[in-house]
Design a protein around this ligand. Structure first.
Ligand code: KG4
Ligand code: ZN
Length: 339
């Protein structure tokens, strides 16, 4: 009998539902939320409200696109955390209600776990390599920056993480200082492609082990611009492409420096990236270069699976289903939820 999972993701500002059957994706629908753009960041109250409005049509469409009946669903999966509590509550409550109505089990999924396991998602008629084990993954998103090992039993072990801001946060906050809308990461990536990455030099942190830090860079960038604008108000506009390229180069170097150290120390050569910042073109090309240099097999997620989506929740839930790892109706969402 095939195993069919319907999964819901609502941890931040994307409402998403997906159907996976036997590890193969049948549908993945995402409703984004434009409402946050003008606020310079996600507004939690507005996010919960938009999830509430979007969740029924998104789930409905995911079932239709997958071309299944509700009765075909074997389990309901949802993101338990980490994320915005109000947002998580919408997906969690919906999944619970649906599970009760269908009399099917519930599976809770850690959002970070799912970003990493998105590398195991298969699609019909697409020949995709999945990572060999152990696998070393750099998870870089708006809220997290972590180095994680997936061991031979598919268990996850974190070996390093940011001690302050996440990499995506560094992109977004520096973009805001330059007057760009949220999220600034993709825009910096675009402008950086036409700029000179060696024009400006910014601070690199000196942190022991495999941990990261981005708050020093953020402050350095802020003070540098403040002083430059004092002397010449047009400074940012006149130098935006070079500022973006130099900032991006610094962030990517900080990330890859630790990834290389971790790969050399552990001896792991199956290497990947996951999370929103994994869409960054410079991170992807630099990693490809390093792969040649160190003999790594690298795994770059398709762009549509870098940002938040329910497909990654569904594949993670599928593995949990195979292990009979279910959760009860009394489960509550967690804003903080470590791997
Ligand atoms: O994983 P994600 O969708 O949400 C979280 O779980 O945080 O990641 C969103 C983050 C944002 O900070 C956004 O600016 C960043 O990913 N991002 C990028 C790019 N695309 C998205 N950062 C740099 N370059 C990009 N191309
Ligand atoms: Zn995410």
């Amino acid at each position: 009998m095939p195993v069919t999972i319907l999964a819901i993701e609502s941890s931040c500002d994307d409402t998403s539902a997906a159907v996976v059957r036997d590890g193969y994706l049948l549908s993945n629908l995402i409703a984004g939320q434009e409402v946050h753009k003008s606020y310079g960041g996600v507004v939690p109250e507005l996010a919960s409200r938009a999830h509430q409005a979007n969740i029924v049509p998104v789930v409905d469409q995911a079932i239709k696109y997958a071309d299944i009946e509700r009765e075909d669903i074997d389990a309901l999966a949802f993101t338990r955390g980490p994320g915005l509590l109000g947002s998580l509550l919408v997906g969690t409550s919906f999944a619970k209600g649906f599970a009760l109505a269908l009399e099917k089990p519930l599976i809770e999924v850690n959002h970070l776990h799912a970003h990493i396991l998105s590398h195991w998602l298969r699609e019909k008629d697409k020949d995709k390599r999945t990572p060999g084990l152990p696998f070393l993954c750099l998870l870089v998103s708006g809220g997290h920056t972590q180095l994680i090992i997936v061991d031979r039993d598919m268990k996850l072990e974190g070996i390093g993480s940011t001690i302050d801001d996440a990499a995506g946060e560094a992109f977004d906050k520096c973009a805001k200082v330059m007057g760009m809308p949220y999220p600034g990461g993709p825009l910096i990536d675009k402008l950086a492609s036409e700029g000179n990455p060696d024009r400006f030099i910014f601070t690199r942190p000196k942190i022991e082990g495999f941990n990261f830090s981005f708050s020093g860079l953020k402050t350095n960038f802020l003070y540098f611009l403040r002083d430059a604008v004092k002397e010449r108000p047009e400074f940012v506009e006149e130098n935006k492409k070079d500022l973006c390229a130099s900032l991006q180069k610094t962030i990517i170097e900080i990330l890859l420096d630790k990834l290389v150290k971790a790969a050399l120390k552990t001896g792991i050569k199956e290497i990947g990236i996951a999370g929103g910042v994994a869409a960054n073109s410079s991170l992807r090309s630099s990693l490809s270069q390093l792969a040649g240099q160190y003999g790594w097999n690298i795994y770059l997620p398709e762009l549509k699976y870098t940002t938040d989506n329910a497909a990654m929740i569904a594949i993670t839930a599928y593995f949990k289903y195979l292990e009979n790892d279910f959760t009860g109706q009394d489960t509550v969402p967690l804003a903080r939820f470590n791997i």
